[in-house]
Design a protein around this ligand. Structure first.
Ligand code: GLU
Length: 493
């Protein structure tokens, strides 16, 4: 028999931005589809009208696109099992409900919210844990129930969990064999009184009609799985394979949340993390190639990803490691790609976007100065602004005090001497030549290189911790460098 095509889905609820945990789920589904020559489906689960917005859908799609997670079927792409937005699939849930009615697997429940709350409160008082809906309406006479529906009485539809059902078992691809007693399963609501499906019902209907073979999702849904299996059984449908992903924790071992800082893909994009890096980094939160490789390019991930190598241990989100990894990606990407990726931040630093596009060569020369120094692109405006100041210098006060005005440092003398070298029209405007010529001043002046160069760094770059000095000088026009030194001499002495 031909092997069944792998079909997986990512099914976000558009109630907010794409969270890091959701992004990892999306990556695993995508990589699993790619590794198996299967299909990656995107489905929007928008049945919570109060919290779902179109804007959030757009934010999620944008985040997925930015990470390069292309979906084979879904919004904006289409596919043979659409629509891929739950609110547009109401007729399919209605049809599934009809099938369940015909199979006598559901019943209407007329209990009001107040009645249910009162039962819960009463249970709480007796100290007996509330064991779910007490099935009052399950025994209603069919004719009576029909008459009440006919009369327009509000009602939900509940699943009739079969009496004496054996434990619900499944083999989770990550957690292994799982078993849940069926007798504690509530007769769960499938369709609410407004006719909308609950998450469990809609998810099963959709996963089934979209021919999903593997459900890979966060382990916060682990307790939903036995319920969903009961629904599959009631509908007489095959149950897919499940793989539940452990939680992502912050460095302090607590569930990742706003408290830890950025938690959405968008925030990391704005922080200047590269999409390739974020995909690599998130892929390793719970999966490994061989237990040690950390830099895993996209194509390797798409070839090698397997459910077997997912761990059920909670994953730790370590920002320091993320920065390190982004630095690795920056060092490997090369100058032209860096200029493209860095464009928005170069513009913030003061560069002109059309100039970057027309003369990328000059910008590419910045790359070797920073490739090992700026692990986040968002550091560019602060750290590279000096390249775009023209003849002006914005002196950092602390650096002025510590370097230019330091007692006995002879900073003014150093600046004037270096200015003399830089002003020589015979001097080639080239990093090594300039540096050698300036260095030659040290001995006759009796100054250490640092004492000679730090004042120049402050005068040209504004502070004492800039990227390499002479490489920076080479990038700037001679007249601007001289003007900055003059301005610093004026301002500091
Ligand atoms: N919409 C659900 C969520 O965002 C999807 C759960 C699932 O993958 O079944 O958590």
């Amino acid at each position: 028999m031909a092997q069944q095509e792998v079909r997986v889905r990512f099914a976000p609820s558009p109630t907010g931005k794409l969270h890091i945990g959701g992004a990892r789920t999306a990556i695993y589904n995508w990589a699993f589809a790619r590794a198996n020559g299967g299909k990656f489906v995107l489905r929007i689960e928008d049945t919570d009208p109060e919290r779902s917005t179109d804007e959030n859908v757009q934010i999620i799609l944008r985040a997925l696109r930015w990470m390069g997670l292309d979906w084979d079927e879904g919004p904006e792409v289409g596919g043979s099992f659409g629509p891929y937005t739950q609110m547009q699939r109401m007729d399919t849930y209605a049809a599934a409900l009809e099938a369940l009615k015909a199979a006598d697997a559901v019943y209407p429940c007329f209990c009001t919210r107040e009645e249910l709350d009162a039962k819960r409160a009463a249970a709480d008082k007796t100290g007996v844990a509330y064991s779910g809906y007490d099935r009052t309406c399950r025994s209603l006479d069919l004719a009576e129930a029909e008459a009440r529906i006919e009369a327009g009485e509000p009602h939900v539809w509940r699943l009739k969990v079969p009496d004496g059902h054996a434990p619900i078992e499944f083999d989770d691809a990550v957690y292994g064999h799982m078993s849940f007693p069926a007798d504690v399963m509530d007769d769960m609501i499938l369709v609410r009184s407004d006719g909308s499906p609950t998450y469990n019902f809609a998810a099963v209907c959709d996963d089934s009609s979209m021919r999903i073979t593997h459900v890979i999702r966060g382990d916060d849904h682990l307790s939903n799985t036995p319920r969903q299996i009961l629904i599959y059984e009631a509908l007489g449908l095959p149950v897919p394979t499940f793989a539940h992903l452990s939680m992502i924790l912050g460095a302090d071992g607590r569930k990742l949340s706003k408290r830890h800082g950025a938690t959405s893909v968008e925030e990391y994009r704005e922080a200047g993390i590269l999409p390739d890096c974020l995909v690599n980094f998130l892929a390793l939160l719970g999966w490994s190639l061989d237990g040690e490789t950390t830099i895993i390019p996209r194509d390797v991930l798409c070839r090698e990803f397997s459910l077997e190598r997912i761990t059920k241990k909670d994953a730790i989100f370590d920002e320091t490691k993320l920065d390190w990894m982004n630095g690795q990606y920056i060092q490997r990407m090369g100058a032209p790609a860096w200029v493209q990726a860095a464009m928005p931040w170069l513009v913030q630093a003061g560069a002109d976007e059309s100039d970057i596009r027309e003369n990328p060569g000059w910008y590419e020369k910045i790359y070797p100065l920073i490739a090992e120094r700026l692990p986040r692109l968002s550091q560019i405006p602060e750290k590279l602004g000096y390249l775009f100041w023209g003849p002006e210098v914005r002196l950092d006060e602390k650096s002025v005090k510590k370097v230019l005005q330091k007692e006995g440092a002879r900073a003014e003398e150093a600046l004037r001497a270096v200015r003399g070298v830089l002003a020589d029209p015979e001097m080639p405007w080239e990093c090594d030549a300039l540096q050698d010529a300036c260095r030659a001043l040290c001995e006759p002046m009796g100054l250490k290189p640092k004492s000679l160069f730090q004042p120049v760094r402050v005068a040209v770059c504004g502070n004492m911790v800039s990227p390499p000095l002479f490489e920076s000088i080479e990038l700037l026009p001679r007249k601007d460098v001289l003007a900055r030194i003059d301005a610093a001499l004026e301002a500091a002495f």
